[in-house]
Write a protein that binds this ligand. Structure first.
Ligand code: ADP
Ligand code: ZN
Length: 705
């Protein structure tokens, strides 16, 4: 008898269910309906795949995206599951074969597009099959208010009428209340068990930066945090997409453009490269990403701000579906606000609709300018609360300083007022900083009382102040006047000095900072060569079958292999992501590579990763100073690592400490007479030598037997 747990283990190779997966699966297995809200990467697919495998008959999955169907089916086949899809991209004969297989009960999971499912022919066919369940993926497509509206979804209520005893499970990553209600009523799921998960994506690190030098900052971010990783860079215009892709290519990255202006062939080819090759960066307009299931996208960057927080959440959500660390990076400047306002005011929407959009834009600006945890702000927007700050966003990691900017704000606002609310930020800053500029002279603005009263702040600081004034609605950007700033009601209070204006301090992004990599850092350096070899093998195997590497194993699975180095079937099967089929199909190939990369004796120990990283460089013949430099550590810290290895009998003191044996001896004697050991404080010994020898080096000497 298969249980959900045994299928999870033997087919998928995972040991535990996540979130509500187990409850959802049991509900459906027992014949009940379910409505599931879970963020991207949460693990929605298993919620219907496992019940479909356990219940009798075929599970029918309604999915709106052809590309996704193909992906899912290819991945299921890798697991040895009888899966298929039916859509308009197939030849007639292929479709017939599948229909026949369906009637012969040779398919366990079938993906279909909604319009196909609803055809009389197909419904009649289903009447003659035994159906285990209906899964309605991307169920938010039923909402006519959402941007993914699919009219056929509204007719799916026919399933309830025609197959009343077959359980139905609807799934989506869209959270808002209105969509939720629509799914319930339109899909006739009023009685369904409802499962909602936190929408937090804890593995995604959020960072939002000033748009000054955005391109260089983006490159620095990619180089330091994601030197070899796949990622997506979003830009607003096609022109910027092209320019950015070319620029990144010049800087040595494999970056490809993707936008609606490219031919279908080129787009397909770029997407193929993104999915099949390692470390490709796609530079795209927002058109790219929907229906892309690549689990190891390690970063999503925005060179322009998205429309609103929903779009930001959805787009950044394409990073880190595999649950491994990933980054969401965004640069944001005043120009973005002006452009978005123009788009908003230019549209011919109703006033009420415009107000909603305006409100959403303001919420996004507030997020950009916030000085507190970004994740808390985002989740709050989705009516969810995170009790403590996340510790994994830029504001948590480097809390920004704030300052009382009331006086600066007054100067800024009165300049807006005195120039008759007709100018944009650039001009206003020039006036404030007293720039010698013909336009200012022509307008006579050099005679204003605010001319040159703001020299104490740089242009960038003023830009930041103006942005925050806009984010807090003290000024309004008039798009009809080319982004001229105008005062709002609130501005009056500030000008009168009735309210305080606290602002985030502008900090120029650090140059060449040596930040720890967000992703990939979890491969210990001793395991890196093996990890690289495993990746190469995966790539070769994937190319042979013309499919993306992650169909074979995810990065996290390879990382675990590199760490545990299993060399027999029993040990290999314990690696997360290795099910029975993949063990049989790929196990030996991967174990061969593991055997070719034995762990050097020196590194075969139970010491910490950081100690082993030092030891591995020592094995490569690097000196203490070289190691210190490469690892960005103090030399004495490196000695401290060696001390641990000496204490464990892995190396000798003389291997690493370049002192005369007699000298070492005398230090050891002194330690003995002071009764200093590894278990006591080393301070007396340190002080006896007036700090001539660091603690790490002394430890090496004391640890020596
Ligand atoms: P969603 O459809 O919700 O975006 P998926 O179903 O594609 O998410 O799952 C995301 C990733 O998480 C997949 O690679 C999947 O194999 C993996 N996954 C799902 N459930 C588990 C689990 N219980 N343990 C480990 N990995 C899981
Ligand atoms: Zn945070």
């Amino acid at each position: 008898m298969s249980t959900p747990q045994s299928v999870l283990q033997s087919v998928f190779g995972y040991s535990e269910f996540r979130h509500h997966q187990a409850d959802i699966i049991n509900t459906v297995i027992d014949g009940g309906n379910a409505l599931v809200l879970m963020p991207t990467g949460g693990g929605k697919s298993l919620c219907y795949q496992i019940p479909a495998l356990i219940r009798d008959g075929v599970g029918i999955v309604v999915s709106p995206l052809i590309a996704l169907m193909q992906d899912q089916v290819a991945a299921l086949k890798q697991l040895g599951i009888q899966a298929a899809y039916l859509n308009s991209s197939q030849h007639f004969s292929e479709q017939q074969d599948i229909e026949q297989a369906l009637l012969n009960s040779n398919i366990k999971i079938l993906y279909v597009a909604p319009e196909r499912l609803l055809s009389d022919f197909f419904l009649d066919l289903l009447d003659r099959c035994h159906i285990s369940l209906f899964a309605i993926d991307e169920a938010h497509c039923v909402s006519q208010w959402g941007h993914d509206f699919r009219p056929e979804y509204q007719q799916l209520s026919v399933l309830q009428q025609r197959f009343p005893t077959v359980p139905r499970i609807a799934l989506t990553a869209t959270a808002d209340l209105r969509t939720r209600d629509e799914m319930k009523t339109q899909l006739q799921l009023e009685d369904a068990a409802f499962f909602i998960n936190s929408f937090d994506r804890p593995n995604i690190q959020y960072q939002i930066h000033d748009a000054h030098n955005a391109k260089e900052n983006l490159l620095r971010f990619i180089d330091t945090e994601h030197p070899n990783d796949a990622g997506i860079v979003y830009c607003l215009s096609r022109k910027k997409v092209e320019a950015t892709a070319e620029w990144l290519r010049k800087k040595g990255r494999n970056a490809l453009p993707y936008h609606a202006g490219l031919s279908a062939d080129v787009r397909r080819q770029h997407q193929h490269q993104f999915l099949h090759e390692d470390g490709v960066i796609i530079v795209a307009t927002v058109a790219f990403g929907m229906g892309i299931d690549k689990p190891d996208v390690r970063f999503v960057a925005h060179l322009n701000i998205p429309k609103n927080i929903e779009a930001y959440y959805q787009e950044t959500g394409r990073a880190g579906r595999d649950g491994q660390p990933a980054s969401a990076w965004m640069s944001y400047g005043f120009q973005d606000v002006v452009v978005l306002r123009q788009m908003l005011d230019g549209g011919n929407a109703h006033e009420a609709h415009k107000r909603v959009i305006q409100h959403k834009l303001n919420a996004l600006l507030a997020l950009c300018e916030s000085v507190t945890c970004r994740r808390q702000t985002i989740l709050e927007y989705f009516s969810e609360s995170l009790p403590t700050a996340c510790g994994n966003c830029d504001n948590c990691i480097n809390p920004p300083d704030t300052w009382d900017a009331s006086v600066a704000a007054q100067k800024a606002l009165s300049t807006v007022y005195r120039t008759e609310q007709r100018f944009g930020v650039g001009y206003l800053i020039d006036v404030l900083r007293g720039k010698d500029d013909p336009r200012i002279l022509d307008n006579g603005h050099n005679t204003l009382s605010t001319f040159s009263i703001g020299t104490e702040h740089s242009v960038q600081e003023w830009k930041s102040i103006f942005r925050q004034l806009a984010a807090q609605s003290f000024v309004h950007v008039n798009s009809e006047l080319f982004g001229a700033l105008q005062l709002t009601e609130r501005a009056r209070e500030l000008l009168k000095g009735d309210v305080e204006f606290r602002a985030r301090k502008y900090v120029a992004p650090a140059r060449g900072g040596k930040k720890e990599r967000a992703a990939g850092a979890d491969v210990a350096s001793a395991n890196q060569p093996l990890f690289d070899a495993l990746k190469q093998l995966r790539k070769d195997l994937a190319d042979e079958q013309d499919m993306p590497p992650y169909y074979i194993f995810h990065d996290s699975t390879l990382k675990e292999m590199a760490k545990r180095r299993p060399t027999d079937h029993k040990a290999f099967q314990f690696i997360s992501g290795v099910g029975e089929k993949k063990l049989l199909r790929y196990g030996d190939d991967f174990m061969d590579v593991i055997k070719q990369h034995p762990l050097p004796d020196l590194l075969n120990n139970t010491l910490s990763d950081t100690v082993n990283a030092t030891l591995s460089l020592h094995l490569d013949g690097l000196s203490v100073n070289d190691i210190a430099q490469q690892r960005d550590l103090k030399p004495d810290t490196v000695y401290g690592h060696f001390a641990e290895a000496i204490a464990s009998g892995l190396i000798h003191c003389e291997d690493v400490v370049e002192l005369e044996p007699a000298h070492i001896n005398s230090i050891q004697h002194m330690a003995m007479s002071l009764e200093v050991t590894l278990d006591t404080s080393l301070k007396p010994l340190y002080e006896t030598f007036d700090g001539e020898w660091g603690y790490g080096l002394l430890k090496c000497i004391i640890a020596s037997p």
